[in-house]
Design a protein around this ligand. Structure first.
Ligand code: CA2
Length: 157
């Protein structure tokens, strides 16, 4: 009997951005560059596409919404890239939500928080992440997509 074609669609990579990142590019260009969040989204879509993945791109300024978006990713995403912005350093709720994911979680930052103020040296997100990429601006997101693509290919093989 002929084999049925596998119609299962690959789940997208979920990219989640926390508070104030909607205003990216409008201030502190010395730290964050001039790239807007829309530029990041566009570049991520292109990079993910080159690896055969689609992207679900979200941003919220509200902690509860971020938690809900992470919860949705439990069944709706192949991997989670998260730049929780200031919530990185404060939110046990975001950490608890990330811990519920079975998919790879990559913590992403535009800047390198380890080189900045002491309060940025603690990351709750890191405790729920597979790994962290920080300090490369827009390229932090693209490197995270590379990491995820490699992880998911390894899983498949
Ligand atoms: O470097 C990162 O990606 C951060 O997650 C950015 C957060 C900061 O609190 C973290 O410590 C590191 C801040 C996001 C602020 O968003 C901006 C909005 C407009 C202009 C500049 C930054």
């Amino acid at each position: 009997m002929a084999k049925k074609p596998n119609k299962t669609k690959a789940l997208p990579i979920h990219i989640l951005n926390g508070p104030n990142l909607n205003l990216l590019g409008s201030r502190e260009p010395d730290i964050y560059g001039k790239t807007s969040l829309a530029d990041i989204e566009k570049a991520c879509r292109a990079r993910a596409k080159s690896h055969g993945f689609s992207i679900l791109f979200d941003q919220s300024n509200k902690g509860g919404e971020l938690v809900e978006m992470i919860q949705r990713a439990r069944t709706a995403a192949a991997a989670e890239l998260v730049n929780a912005a200031a919530y990185t350093h404060t939110s046990v709720a975001v950490l608890d939500a990330l811990k519920m994911l079975t998919a790879p979680v990559i913590e992403v930052h535009l800047s390198n928080p380890a080189r900045r103020e002491n309060f940025r040296h603690t990351s709750y997100v890191a405790m729920g992440a597979t790994g962290t990429i920080a300090g490369f601006g827009l390229n932090s997101y693209l490197l995270a997509i590379e990491a995820v693509a490699a992880l998911l290919k390894d899983k498949k093989a």
